[in-house]
Design a protein around this ligand. Structure first.
Ligand SMILES: CC(C)(COP(=O)(O)OP(=O)(O)OC[C@H]1O[C@@H](n2cnc3c(N)ncnc32)[C@H](O)[C@@H]1OP(=O)(O)O)[C@@H](O)C(=O)NCCC(=O)NCCS
Length: 198
């Protein structure tokens, strides 16, 4: 029985073989856990995703800093990186275990339950605007569920802005359901907290 936590997931090859070679619409991708030396790649894709959002959608993602990501990786929590075969990073996001409350950030307002130590939070999901609509969020969420289950977690949680229809649709198609709703504690837009039981 694995202890709850991500400390045992440190190797890129930990993603299941079926996902590392997954064929999605005739294309294959490499899935790995981002290393500290690759944080620049994450920040570059994050900037591209954010810049492509119209002003009225900028609240759809919370921007991560270098320090956020360094702390996250140092704590052994996964930053999922999905790359094309030439190494181009095309989708990314992070998983944060609620059992590591000293490291995980931006979880004010989440519907945390008594078994929250078995819950991991999906945050900062982003797909390259040039690659959106090709199923990459499905690969990301399948990987997130695999890693969560592998590390002994029982639930995943995500906060999605109510006007982010694409993101919400993707989570719902990947077995998430609306657990509660409210206002974003910082930006005050309407959000729904989506949960997935694994
Ligand atoms: C939201 C986002 C992650 C989705 O990633 P993606 O790779 O483009 O999505 P996918 O191609 O995997 O599509 C996911 C599903 O959602 C559906 N979908 C997408 N947009 C939709 C919309 N506006 N309404 C309804 N369904 C929609 C798709 O049809 C697809 O389902 P299908 O495969 O059964 O057809 C991506 O658009 C993104 O990075 N957006 C900007 C940042 C963001 O909002 N991040 C999420 C923060 S919670």
């Amino acid at each position: 029985m694995l202890e709850t936590g991500f400390n045992q997931i440190t190797k890129p090859e930990m993603a299941p073989p079926s996902l590392t070679t997954e064929m999605v619409r005739q294309k294959s991708y490499n899935i790995s856990l981002l290393k500290a030396g690759e944080i620049g790649d994450f920040l570059a894709l994050q900037a591209k995703v954010w810049n492509a959002l119209p002003v009225y959608k900028k609240h759809h993602i919370k921007l991560r800093t270098t320090e956020d990501l360094q702390d996250h990786i140092a704590a052994g929590m996964p930053v999922i990186a999905i790359r094309e075969n030439d190494g181009k990073l095309v989708a990314q996001g992070i998983l944060g275990s609620l059992s590591q409350k000293n490291v995980i950030r931006n979880i004010q307002g989440y519907p945390v339950r008594e078994d929250d130590s078995l819950t991991t939070v999906v945050q900062s999901l982003g797909v390259d605007p040039d690659r959106q609509g090709h199923g990459l969020s499905h690969i990301f969420l399948a990987t997130a569920k695999y890693l969560a289950q592998f590390s002994g977690h029982k639930h995943l949680l995500a906060k999605v802005a109510d006007d982010n229809l694409g993101s919400r649709a993707s989570f719902m198609k990947n077995d998430f359901y609306a657990a509660s709703s409210g206002k974003d504690p910082i930006l005050k837009h309407q959000v729904t907290y989506l949960r997935c039981d694994i």
